[in-house]
Each structure stands twice: as C-alpha cells, then as structure tokens.
Design a protein around this ligand. Structure first.
Ligand SMILES: [Zn+2]
Length: 354
C-alpha cells in the first residue's frame, strides 16, 4: 500500500536511507498465517516467515524508492495487515501512479526472478527438496501479494490506481472519487464473501469487509464535501493547510509552503478560489526556489492573473529559449504583462532571429 499517513515513534532501522517502522503485529500475523509451514520443520517455517516478511518489505520498498525518486520523503511501516509506505503527496498524477504501481511490480519481478532461479538451479533435480518447496511457495506468495494488492478496492494499491486513473478521465475529481469508492464498496463486499467461502480465510474476509465499510464511509464523506462545494462553503482542512502555506510563504520557507499546497491539492475537492490560491503560492514558491519549469507549469494554471503572467515571463527570460518565448507571446497571458517586461521578451526573440 502507499499512504499519506505519518507514522509515530522511532524507526526500527533504515534501508538505503529510508526509515522502516516494524509493528509487533507484523510478526504475530505472519506467525499466524505461516504456522502450517512449521509442519515441514522449524527451518522451513522460519524460512517462510522471513521470506513472507521480506516480500512485504520489498513491496513497500518499491513504493518507497520511487517516492524518494520524486522527492516525497518516504517512510516504510510493516504492520499486521502487511505494510504501508507513507510519503508526501505526489506533485503529479503520473508520479502517484508510478509510486503506487511500483509495489505490486516489485512482487511480480521478485516472483519472475525466483522462477528463473528455480528453473536454472532445480531443473536437474527430479524431486522438490527443501529449496524447491521454499522457492515455489515464495513465488506463489509474491504473485498472490501482487494480485491481492492490485484489487481495485481502496485503500489497496489497486484502489489508488483506479482513483488516479478515474481522476484523469472524469473532470470533477469528486465524481472520480465517488466511482472509486462505489467500486471499492461492492467489490470489497464480494471479495470478503469470496475469501470466506473459497479460501476459508476469516482474516481475509474481515480485512476486505473492513475495506468495504471504509469505502462506504468515504462515499458519505464525498457526498458531504460535494454539498459544501455546491454551497461554496470552504473545505475546513484545505483552509487550514492554505493558511499554513501562506504563513510559511511569508516567512520565506518556500519548501514548507509548497508542501502544504501539495497536501491541500491532495484533498478531495477544492473550491475554485482555493485551487487558484494553491497554484498561486506554488508558482511563486517554485520560482523563488529556482524551479523554473515547475513555476511556469503552476503559473499557467491561473489564467487572467497579471502576477502569474509576470512569473511566467520572468522564468522564460531566465531560461532564454526563444521558441518558448514566441509561443508565450502569442498566449492571452502576454496581454497582462507590463510594457517593459513585454519588451524584454521581444528582445530575446529578436536577438535569436538576427
Ligand atoms: Zn502497496
């Protein structure tokens, strides 16, 4: 799973600079699940426990390494129901998709790698020895964990992928979320029954049942937010985050200001004024930090703003790319520039043409 919750307490250890928290429930749940493995000997049982924990851990490292690649400061938490990776909200839906997909991908890669290893090492031996049995069970485990996590039920990875995808195709993000949770509610309930009947797994059924209930609650929440949005009442959490962002911005702590803005953007629905406000702070903060490309991208989201047009012009001047300046000069934003700034931009184009 990939989540935006922040764990409390000290991490147990760090891997590649990523802090890892381990709950006692992680070990206890694995013991419960793999108790039958101990029938094949204590070594086999312990090896399975270790392999299962490592599979869950590597899944989370898939999320953690990709989120760190995007600068989102991940933390891995191993819990009773597997694990999750908390990180700052992704800046772009594409980044979020990659971070979430990296977890199950890691399990499939691991299964594939172990399968190749098993085929290479064990093909000569006719019988399935200790190693053969262990490898086949770990391969099965990773395929199962990858597929289970891809079920399109929030908060599983599949549910998050569904949400990012629907938000891309459904214009209003609240409606995308509504469909995500409808699917989660129905499929969660069906899968709970399936796990109970097919796998006789009370644990699995309870987990999926809880997920279905969470989706039901989230659906109610979406409806409340939608009612606020229609009545143009501000979203309290967004208001709080934007206040923090403005305070950080005024204290010239641009990184914190941007973080609060990204957190606000991750909230289910922002009023048009809040959206404008968020892009505004992001654009100026990014420009102040020298992230010119980001600043331009953010400023473009606020049409009809003289200040945002100035931000775009300043960044384009620093980048000094005549082709882009030419495109910008033809955009409506150019009409909002001061005569002086307009002249600066035209000068760059003229120099390039000469
Ligand atoms: Zn995951």
């Amino acid at each position: 799973m990939a989540a935006s919750k922040v764990p409390v307490g000290q991490p147990l250890f760090s891997v590649l600079g990523i802090p890892v928290h381990v709950s006692i429930w992680h070990l206890l749940t694995l013991l419960f699940f793999f108790q039958s493995s101990f029938q094949n000997g204590i070594e086999f049982g312990l090896a399975m426990l270790f392999a299962a924990s490592a599979s869950v851990f590597l899944h989370e490292m898939g999320h953690a390494l990709t989120s760190r690649h995007f600068g989102l400061q991940p933390t891995v938490v191993l819990t009773g129901f597997g694990g999750f990776t908390s990180h700052q909200p992704a800046r772009r839906p594409r980044d979020e998709f990659i971070v979430v997909a990296a977890g199950p991908t890691m399990n499939f890669l691991l299964a594939g790698g172990l399968f190749a290893l098993a085929a290479g090492v064990l093909s000569a031996e006719a019988d399935m020895g200790f190693l053969g049995q262990l490898l086949s069970q770990i391969i099965f485990l990773n395929i199962f964990w990858g597929i289970y996590n891809l079920l399109p039920i929030m908060p599983l990875d599949g549910g998050q992928l569904l949400r990012v995808t629907l938000r891309k195709f459904i214009k209003k993000s609240l409606n995308a979320d509504r469909w995500t949770h409808r699917v989660g509610l129905v499929l969660g309930a069906l899968m709970a029954v399936f796990f109970a009947v097919q796998f006789h797994s009370v644990f699995g059924a309870v987990l999926l049942g809880l997920a279905a209930f969470e989706n039901y609650r989230a659906l109610q929440n979406v409806n409340e937010i939608d009612a606020d949005y229609r009545a143009d009442r501000p979203h309290p959490r967004v208001g709080e985050l934007l206040t923090k962002a403005r305070e950080a911005f005024e204290a010239r702590d641009f990184e914190s200001a941007m973080r609060y803005c990204h957190q606000a953007r991750a909230e289910p629905e922002l009023s048009p004024a809040e959206i404008r406000h968020t892009w505004h702070i992001l654009a100026i903060a990014a420009a102040s930090l020298g992230d010119l490309e980001d600043a331009i991208r953010f400023a473009e989201r606020v049409p009809n703003s003289a200040e945002m047009a100035q931000v775009q012009a300043t960044c384009l001047l620093s980048l000094a790319e005549p082709a882009r300046i030419r495109v910008f000069l033809r955009s409506p934003a150019a009409l909002l520039l001061t005569a002086e700034r307009l002249e600066d931009l035209k000068a760059v184009v003229r120099t390039a043409d000469a």
